[in-house]
Ligand binder design. Structure first.
Ligand code: ZN
Length: 389
């Protein structure tokens, strides 16, 4: 495997740095894969098929938008989500990259590398695409419609293990709710996908039409790491480096929970679940402590909350474990789960084909069989009603 050598630094004499090579490719039968996957396989809550080009969407656009895409010269753009630039080596495991095109565009590779390799029962496709962040609400809605139809026709119909999240134009909650209603009849769509950081905090009432439609159709809201970059992705302003940007995302997730809970989303929508994807996990006990402690002091300003923020989180919030910022030993992880106060919040994910998958360390050694089974299968079945027969 070729290593890419980058010359980093501010001077011509800066030393060349070799990024880490990809770890060996695991599979359930590999001795590297430390988890015994229960038959008939784990539920992978976050994989990323990618749109190969704007041309691929053209057949799924109506006549008006086909004409506009051509007239505006948009067919040469791919509106890639800049939170995950596809050419950045850090974003894609080299061993999961096809010979041609971007990672995640080859359905045969996805089948062998992500589904067969882990004996996957179901995998939920989350298409991370700039369509959700486009300023024109109409163009955004048209592209989201096309992506959902492309997903159904070119991925879900080709492998019955695949499920998907509905991509919606987040900056127009009214059009987003319409898209949920349009797609909800297709039971292979099991979730609604939104970005962690958008134009407004996700709890604000302007977003509630999305939650109303999602709850009506038993669809959790999947909140994926990343930003539409309407605002700086850190609390302090615009950072200089991707390192700062990426590391800051977990604080964005804390803000998401503050907003959803304080605004009363789970009071208004008592059956709604949200799934935080790529948020990490170990920040949660600290957030729970701060949120509950502060709520006890100022709860008069949010009288609609009937219980503490941590209690709402335990009931309504789930987190994928990839990347898993878990401590190295199972007893340490067990302690974190005790601090969280629930063993039903964690969901397995590979994050295929992104770099972040930890293969042999996806789950720490020594987890109890029952907790492993909950993370790999049972918690997902309870979170996504549409995955149950
Ligand atoms: Zn992901």
């Amino acid at each position: 495997m070729a290593l890419i050598t980058l010359a980093l630094g501010r001077g011509a004499d800066a030393p060349a740095i070799e990024p880490l090579a990809a770890p060996p490719y695991p599979g359930p039968n590999s001795e590297l894969w430390h988890v015994s996957v229960p038959a008939p396989g784990a539920i992978d809550c976050d994989i990323h098929p990618a749109l190969p080009s704007m041309q691929a969407l053209v057949p799924y656009l109506d006549e008006y938008w086909r004409a506009h895409i051509t007239m505006r010269g948009l067919e040469r753009d791919n509106y890639t989500a800049s939170a995950f630039p596809p050419n950045a080596p850090i974003n894609v495991r080299p061993d999961w990259k096809p010979a041609n095109g971007n990672a995640g565009t080859d359905s045969e590779l996805l089948r062998t590398q992500a589904l067969d390799a882990f004996d996957t029962r179901y995998a939920i496709c989350n298409v991370l695409h700039g369509a959700q962040a486009i300023f024109s609400e109409d163009l955004s809605a048209a592209m989201c419609r096309a992506i959902n139809d492309w997903l159904a026709a070119e991925w879900l119909s080709r492998d019955d293990r695949l499920r998907a999240s509905i991509v919606v134009p987040m900056h127009s909650p009214e059009l987003a709710a319409q898209e949920i209603e349009r797609m909800a009849g297709d039971q292979r769509f099991v979730q609604v996908l939104v970005w962690e950081m958008g134009e407004l905090p996700l709890g604000r009432r302007i977003h509630w039409p999305i939650y109303r439609a999602a709850e009506r159709h038993d669809l959790p809201i999947g909140i994926h790491a990343g930003s539409s970059y309407r605002h700086a992705p850190t609390n302090l302003g615009w950072p200089s480096y991707y390192l700062e940007d990426y590391v800051s995302w977990s604080t964005g997730f804390a803000g998401v929970l503050n907003s959803l809970i304080s605004e009363g989303v789970f009071v208004e929508f008592p059956r709604l679940k949200v799934v935080l994807m790529e948020s990490g996990v170990t920040w949660l006990p600290g957030w729970m402590w701060r949120a509950d402690k502060t709520w006890r002091g100022v709860r008069a300003e949010v009288p609609w909350l009937e219980k503490s923020p941590a209690a709402y989180a335990r009931e309504h919030v789930r987190l994928t474990v990839q990347p898993f910022d878990a401590p190295p030993r199972a007893d340490q992880l067990q302690r974190i789960i005790e601090e969280i106060g629930s063993d039903e919040m964690l969901l397995f994910a590979t994050d295929y084909p992104h770099w972040h998958f930890d293969d042999k360390d996806a789950l720490p050694d020594g987890l109890s069989e029952s907790l492993t089974r909950k993370i790999l299968v049972d918690n997902a079945l309870k979170t996504f009603p549409r995955l149950s027969p």
